[in-house]
Design a protein around this ligand. Sequence first.
Ligand code: IVH
Length: 679
Amino acid sequence: MNRSSAESAEQRVRELREEIAEHNHRYYVLNDPSVPDAEYDRLMRELESLERSHPELVDPDSPTQRVGARAAEGFETVEHEVPMLSLANAFDDDEVREFDRRIRETLDIETVVYTAEPKLDGLAISLRYKSGRLVRAATRGDGRAGEDVTANVRTIRAIPLRLRVEDAPDTLEVRGEIYMTRSGFAELNRGLEGEGGKTFVNPRNAAAGSLRQLDPTITAGRPLRFFAYSAIVDAESAVAGLGDGQQAALARLAELGFPVSSMARRARGLEALLAFYREVQEARADLDFDIDGVVYKVDDFDQQRELGYVSRSPRWALAHKFPAEEEVTRLERIDVQVGRTGKLTPVARLEPVFVGGVTVTNATLHNLDEIRRKDVRVGDYVIVRRAGDVIPEVVRPIVEKRTESLPEWELPTHCPVCGSHVELVEGQADARCSGGLVCPAQRKRALEHFAARNAMDIDGLGTRIIDQLVDNERVGDPADLYRLDAETLAGLERMGEKSAANLVSAIDASRRVSLARLLFALGIREVGEVSAGALARHFRDLDALMDADVESLEAIRDVGPVVARHIREFFDEERNREVIASLLENGGEWHVEQAPEAGEQPLKGNTYVLTGSLENLTRSEAKARLERLGARVTGSVSKNTTAVIAGSDPGSKLDKAEALGVDVLDEAGLEALLSSSGD
Ligand code: IVH
């Protein structure tokens, strides 16, 4: 090989390494990828091939060398030069107030400037850099000594192997949290399950398990991420790091090439801390990673030094915890519920437990397979999880607490409501009641769905009334609702004349309805709000849709082959056609508002942000309805936001909207927007 080709290879290798490092930085640190994955892979392959043909150019910090080491026998214990401490916890506002008061008193100042950050639910890590290169990574361990996991940490692409700037301190220790994204966790578990392997309980366990693999090639395949939250330059002084305060340190860490949380911010005084807590709590469910609270830190390093430490934690910092999303309680019984399509769902009846901010007594167990897979048995102590406004679920039993031998749970062979036999669909986890048209449970749930707010929106027609109407055989299908009179309704339990009259007018008012809502209300299997909207826009009237063949249904976006088949089967069923005909003919008043022009999405191009709580609908309902009309719903306000929809107790998103001059709608404004857009 001649000299110039060796030189140009060296040149190209350098360029590729820089370019790849830049792409990594944009992807993991700035959250702003600049090239598609395929382009990134192409650059990596080119670099690998050059390094293969020029072995003299291989460098341990090349992006191709992240998985360098072979599988280890075990991890070495390494001591932390500066102990890794823990944080004092607060569980309510009063404890935060007390923390702020003590600091003001000690420092003898009026208002404290803090940095407020999310508290990431992963595992703490210490990263040591020497002359700009990552030389050691250690877990927290007991705080004094942890395990050397350098080979594994090197595989995490969010962690720079080399610092990005020339003038970095010669020795630098960066601390932060290694975590796994929720989406990465779900994908990992799906993969493990597919291979018949053991799955992880939550992203934190998955992150810890992945980091403690003896073989770094396994760690390399796991979706681990990192956020930096502190730096130590001078081991002697123990506090301190880069710059003169926490804000400055975070900014400097970002310059050095580390991901830092974009949610971290300066907060002046107690009220700002509490506002931050509420804002992060509100954003929590929408994040792609778990957080278990927020952390408040006195910003100024001199003030931190003055405050010092008490036992194992700094006096200048506090973790303000969110209500736990997981708790342990006892499984008392498993009941089976019958859904509107006959699907049987086992429901766990639990000893009441406070979790995710509410008292939970029921949790879903999904299906029989899930019960078997998790090996949940009546009498077990179980971990219950409730995150955001999602339905609580049983995560797993604590098998070690099982004192007696408990029998496995068996699926009933007959529907607990109508006694029809239970069908198990080959290859599917679901069991169904076969009593389609006769099963009162299915009818009740179908009517509930029909009357729901996001369907026909019949105010006052709730579970209790529907149950009575079906049990008394007053109502069998949705069309029967429109034959009810006030007298019949007034005869129901706990129903006065006034509410009966109100209900009749609510039923009456629902005769004017958009095609999208009617389609959704019919409860065709797997036709949700979004696909109902797509069908209505495409066909524009019900007759055309009822006669459509599977091919033309499949051609619509948002409608896959399975949904297309369900739609066809639904309209092929003579009983269903009769109910629809009777719905449309009833009283001659029925009015299905035409859907907007085909393909037209009235709110397309608009972006909304929801904040605070709405009275008449949940945030996820509001989101689904806006999206059905083509709008985007995002979690953070920017100048591109069309409007912020603010319910009661809005967070700082409202302030931000006002600061940016973004429109603000209240709940009535939202209703008006939806109905004027054809919802
Ligand atoms: S600061 C002196 N900031 O919480 C303590 N810790 O109990 C310095 N954690 O194990 C820690 N997010 O891993 C700090 N933004 C954050 C954090 C955070 C999560 C973890 C940390 C530590 C535990 C403290």
